[in-house]
Write a protein that binds this ligand. Structure first.
Ligand code: TYD
Length: 219
């Protein structure tokens, strides 16, 4: 048995949650609220994100926030995958080993949705590289914040910060990404929850917290 396969079968003590959605769906607000709520309940929570806050993640964010020259789709995915490998090595795996509930604002499914369904890259190739980068660890739960593209676009253009190359994409791209997320989540069945992002933030948070607590206690 190869060492890669051995890694695949390893279990960890913690619980990994991915918060996913198109830009403007409110993932970051939700992640912060979940963190606050579960910490208040005395649970061991670690909040993180992709692109990560590692040195590689910071470089990647800088690439995404400039619009002069964009990498080709293949290189774009490999940048996210490199960041993911570093994120799992530096942050996710150590925190799971400590027994924490790790909440990540985006994870591998963002690559399947954006680079796979959005850019048209081969999904099986992306899945293999993701699995390798994540050392075979999969999220225990994926929470997808669903919002229509037009509302998301309005939310984004209403902010004053500089937009990333993805946020400047045409609405057709976003439609593909959103549909992609839904297709990916259907395969995950009971490890995925879809929440309507247009509900009040406190209700969105309550639904997410309930889903985490239910899955966590049944792990
Ligand atoms: P985002 O979570 O929006 O970061 P920030 O809040 O700093 O803007 O992520 C940046 C962009 O990167 C976002 O448009 C989605 C995109 N992305 C991918 O295309 N593939 C991926 O694998 C990841 C993690 C993000």
């Amino acid at each position: 048995m190869s060492s890669e396969t051995t890694i695949k079968k390893k279990r960890h003590k913690g619980f990994l949650v991915a918060i996913e959605g198109i830009d403007g769906s409110g993932k970051s607000t939700l992640s912060a609220r979940i963190y606050r709520d579960l910490t208040t309940q005395g649970l061991p929570i670690y909040l993180t994100r992709e692109p990560g806050d590692t040195f590689l993640g910071q470089k990647l964010r800088a690439v995404l926030h400039q619009t002069q020259k964009q990498p080709c789709s293949h290189a774009e995915f490999l940048m996210f995958a490199a960041d993911r490998a570093e994120h799992f090595h530096e942050v996710v795996i150590p925190q799971l080993k400590k027994g924490n509930i790790v909440i990540s604002d985006r994870l591998a499914d963002s690559s399947l949705a954006y680079q796979g369904f959005g850019r048209g890259l081969d999904l099986n190739m992306l899945k293999s590289i993701n699995t390798w980068a994540m050392r075979g660890i999969e999220p225990d739960l994926v929470i997808f914040l669903d919002i229509d593209e037009d509302t998301a676009l309005k939310r984004i253009t209403g902010t004053r910060r500089t937009l990333t190359s993805f946020e400047l994409e045409h609405v057709q791209f976003w439609k593909k990404v959103r549909k992609g997320f839904k297709t990916i989540l259907e395969e995950k069945k009971d490890r995925a929850v879809i929440i309507d992002a247009l509900k009040l933030p406190e209700h969105v948070c309550q639904d997410a917290v309930n889903a985490i607590l239910e899955k966590c206690t049944n792990k």
